[in-house]
Design a protein around this ligand. Structure first.
Ligand code: NAP
Length: 532
């Protein structure tokens, strides 16, 4: 089957890209989706307690006033189920389903030089041909299941938070192990702790976490945000992370100690990702960061009664925000419960998984179920799993063996007419993702429209511009505090053998947007466009 465009993935990015390609540009377009319905990451992340930690009134599309105004979010942070409902609402509104095939995973995509077409194959033996191939597979979808000896022998059930099964799993009165304490682990643990017989949390790196302070949204708040649609849409374009808060313009050092504390207390009480923005320099200057890191440490120590456990939970070893900041609802409180234990993997590492549980250096523990909240092969894993072969038989795995090479995080040399939404080299995971997705989809769509108008046969970025872009990211990352985290998936440290390079563009969405717009204004400088 021949198509003008194939989009891989039916999450936030794939759905909007389909609308743009099909309804705005007029291309014959198909979305190929592995899941059995729309949702992308929110289809797979169905674990108990799964919820977004970006506020609901901005974790959504803003491209359509009608779509924005006709949806009412229920809580400050949307539950996984609510986001799925929202995406289904958008899908229906735009009649997208008729151009999506589900239950098909793209296994390979090969660029056929002589025909200027991509040949795309799925695990259901379906083959498609297209001119434009667009990856909308998400930055956090290739799961990281640690290679722990003995997992296949475990007689109980085991699950990864990012590939949660469709059927209901009961943890009631069960002995449960949870490995990993990132955003997902911190969300699932308090929910499980309420019903399990025992929960043992295996922690490798302690996590700074700020209270989410979730709440039901009031009618007044909902009305105000809907009325302020234009303002919100604009605001998301101006803030560094595409969130609805500005960073304070004032340094922490402009305040006396007691005033600093007052400001921090207020931000802590308010909760949410804006906590890091209450001074201008928390994310930029190590001396400012230290004060705030200590503030969080003290807060956790006040919650957790057992001093030894509190110490394990706060023995951070990296500055606040240099790994993905997380929000929690009563996470630290669970360590005051009798049925919750903490294993410090730094002192007591896992040796193997046995038939009945987990053997660590110091003990052998029995479990009915093991949960891996161990994250993802972020940003590159999902794209590499497509098994892309570009011009002259160049494999993406080989081309990226020393780290991802993209221009603007959007296109890759030697892989003509292949676009990536929120790819490595774009701000992606450092932002409110739907805001970045809208920017990318709109930029890519405008580009494709231009390519069609000028009669383009194929397009790819130039090597020089790509190298400059990769260097620029390196330079920016080295100037930032991000590099002070020894182990972070932002730079590939969580996956054995993965190149250790900072992956997302770290200078914020407005600056990135400006660069993309400049490239567009200069008639796509940096790209080789071959005409028919
Ligand atoms: P993550 O942030 O990568 O956390 C993974 C956790 O597993 C970390 O504590 C990590 O420890 C640990 N881990 C990894 N490999 C391990 C191993 N071999 N042995 C022991 N521990 C190991 O993954 P995540 O929590 O799924 O979150 C990923 C991202 O998804 C988030 O940052 C966020 O962008 C997104 N997400 C968002 C939400 C939300 O909106 N609320 C919810 C879930 C996920 P180390 O730190 O030592 O590597």
């Amino acid at each position: 089957m021949y198509l003008d465009a194939i989009i891989i993935g039916a999450g936030f990015s794939g759905l909007y890209q389909l609308h743009q390609c099909r309804d705005q540009i007029g291309l014959k377009t198909l979305v190929i989706e592995e899941g059995k319905e729309v949702g992308g990451t929110w289809y797979w992340n169905k674990y108990p307690g799964s919820r977004c930690d970006t506020e609901s009134h901005i974790y959504c599309y803003t491209f359509s006033k009608e779509i924005y105004k006709n949806w009412k979010w229920k809580e400050r942070y949307p539950k996984q189920k609510e986001i799925l409902r929202y995406l289904k609402y958008v899908e229906k509104k735009l009649s997208l389903k008729r151009d999506i095939i589900f239950n098909n995973r793209v296994n390979s995509a090969v660029y056929l030089d002589e025909k200027n077409l991509w040949r795309v194959k799925t695990n259901k033996n379906k083959t498609f041909y297209c001119k434009y191939l667009i990856s909308a597979v998400g930055s956090l979808s290739a799961t990281n299941i640690p290679n722990i000896r003995g997992l296949k022998n475990f007689k109980g059930g085991w699950y990864h938070t990012g590939r949660w099964p469709n059927k209901k799993i009961s943890f009631k009165n069960q002995k449960v192990a949870q490995i990993g304490t990132g955003s997902s682990g911190i969300q699932i643990a308090p929910v499980l702790a309420k019903s399990v017989k025992s929960l043992t949390v295996f922690q490798r790196t302690p996590n700074y976490s700020v209270p989410a302070r979730n709440k039901k949204l009031t009618k007044t708040f909902i009305k105000n945000t809907l009325d302020k649609y234009n303002y919100i849409k604009n605001l998301l374009k101006k803030t560094p992370g595409g969130h609805a808060f500005h960073f304070s313009k004032k340094s922490i050092f402009e305040f006396t100690e007691s005033k600093r504390l007052k400001i921090l207390e207020k931000a802590w009480l308010n909760g949410g990702l804006s906590f890091r923005a209450c001074f201008s320099d928390i994310t930029k200057k190590i001396s400012a960061n230290k004060i705030v890191s200590n503030f969080i440490r003290d807060k956790i120590k006040r919650i957790v009664k057992d001093r030894h456990i509190a110490k394990i939970l706060t023995d951070f070893g990296h500055p606040f925000t240099t790994k993905r900041p997380t929000l929690n609802t009563n996470y630290f409180e669970i360590f005051n419960r009798k049925n919750v234990q903490l294993v410090d993997l730094k002192k007591n590492p896992i040796i193997k998984i046995t038939k009945k549980g987990i053997k660590t250096k110091n003990e052998e523990l029995k479990f009915d179920k093991i949960i891996f909240a161990t994250g993802y092969d972020a940003l590159t894993g999902s794209i590499l799993s497509l098994n892309l072969t570009g011009r002259k038989n160049i494999k993406l795995q080989k081309y990226w063996k020393d780290g991802p090479k993209t221009f603007l995080g959007i296109m890759i040399p030697n892989f003509p007419n292949f676009f990536v939404i929120s790819g490595p080299g774009s701000p992606s995971v450092l932002t409110n993702v739907p805001a970045q997705i809208e920017q990318h989809v709109e930029w890519i769509s405008k580009f494709i429209k231009h390519l069609e108008k000028v009669g383009c046969r194929k397009v790819e970025p130039r090597i020089k511009e790509t190298e400059n872009w990769v260097n620029e990211i390196n330079i920016l990352a080295n100037k930032s505090l991000f590099m002070k985290a020894k182990n972070s998936w932002y730079k590939g440290d969580n996956i054995p053998g993965k190149p250790k390079k900072f992956i997302p563009y770290p200078a914020g969405l407005p600056q990135y947007r400006e660069i993309c717009n400049k490239v567009q204004k200069k008639m796509y400088k940096g790209f080789n466009i071959s005409l028919k």
